[in-house]
Design a protein around this ligand. Structure first.
Ligand SMILES: Nc1ncnc2c1ncn2[C@@H]1O[C@H](COP(=O)(O)OP(=O)(O)OP(=O)(O)O)[C@@H](O)[C@H]1O
Length: 309
């Protein structure tokens, strides 16, 4: 698969000396959707801003489609679209003009047919003659996307695209992202919503304190996430797990009164029925059973916590 965006040992120290990126390296494949997860202040926006040429890196390099973002910035920028986190739009400007203007900024020749397509896709066509200030918050977000798409970028960055939007608009956004992917656009989005990453990403990257902790295929992470734990609480502690239960791969809690069973929720059979039968056959009496799901969120929290220790 072709690499469209290559980030090498990217570092960013702000004027006050704060190191927001501590050597991030990442290759992004053409046509994929990568979700970047990270707590507040992790460096997600700094990373996106640097790649998009809004922030200057302290060191390291970034190429987009082979174009260096510093020495060949015009060509690099033309390939990129950015939907920023904050809504910064001219309130009195008309929707159509705002989007037209964005296209012009990238030196692309005017193409109202294309602008119409983009506005229709984002359900903004009926609002094209309205001033920005007459739009709802959700529509303003759509305008931000329309602006970012106006020059037909190959790589689209979405910084928290669905923060504070309603469920319907979130679903619409996901659909738009899926359509763009189908059209071959590479998408990098930051999000705080784990379910958003689950719903639309091909790969997931976790960033914390300026460092990329993990980049992994979502399917693999989901497999990890699919693990569930069943705690079988016993009325009386036991010294060891009976041999008749060996096939269930159980572990025994420290106090000897909990049998811990880990299983895959995606498997056809969880093995719970057989386990509980065997537990009863072994003459053990249950006090309670408790299940616990290890989620992507937990994996994320564990990773981020591990870093701070
Ligand atoms: N201009 C600046 N000068 C100094 N420090 C900055 C500047 N911009 C950002 N930072 C700091 O860099 C760190 C990373 O900020 P950044 O906005 O990249 O985080 P983020 O992961 O996008 O967070 P959030 O999820 O809150 O949007 C933060 O500690 C922030 O305070």
């Amino acid at each position: 698969m072709t690499t469209i965006l290559s980030i090498r040992d990217l570092r960013k120290s702000y004027a006050d000396g704060f190191e927001a990126l501590k050597g991030v390296s990442l290759d992004i494949r053409e046509g994929e959707i990568l979700a970047l997860l990270g707590p507040n202040g992790a460096g997600k926006t700094t990373l996106i801003s640097t790649v998009c040429g809004i922030t200057t890196p302290t060191s390291g390099s970034v190429t987009v489609g082979g174009h260096d973002i510093q020495s060949d910035y015009r060509a690099a920028r033309r390939m990129i679209g950015l939907v920023p986190q904050e809504i910064a739009l001219e309130p009195f400007e008309k929707v159509m003009n705002t989007v037209r203007f964005s296209r012009g900024l990238f030196g692309k020749r005017a193409n109202d047919g294309r602008i119409e397509e983009v506005l229709r896709k984002l359900s903004l066509w009926d609002k094209r003659r309205n001033a920005i200030k007459e739009l709802s918050g959700g529509m303003k977000r759509r305008v931000l996307i329309a602006k970012a798409l106006a020059h037909d970028p190959r790589v689209l960055f979405l910084d928290e695209p669905t923060a504070g939007v309603d469920v319907e608009l979130r679903k619409d956004m996901w659909e738009i992202v899926a359509e763009l992917k189908a059209a071959g656009v590479t998408i990098i989005l930051t999000t705080h919503y784990i379910e958003e990453a689950e719903a639309i990403a091909d790969r997931i990257g976790v960033i914390n304190k300026g460092e990329l902790l993990l980049v992994e295929d979502k399917a693999k992470l989901m497999a990890r996430m699919g693990r569930k734990q069943l705690d079988v609480l016993l009325t009386r502690p036991i010294a060891e797990i009976p041999a008749s239960l060996a096939r269930h791969n159980l572990s025994l809690g420290a106090a000897g009164d909990v049998l811990i069973y880990s299983y895959d929720t995606h498997a056809d059979r969880t093995g719970i029925t057989a386990l509980l039968n065997d537990v009863a056959q072994a003459g053990l009496v249950l006090r309670d059973v408790v299940t616990r799901q290890s989620s992507l969120e937990e994996i994320f929290v564990t990773l981020v916590k591990g870093e701070t220790q």
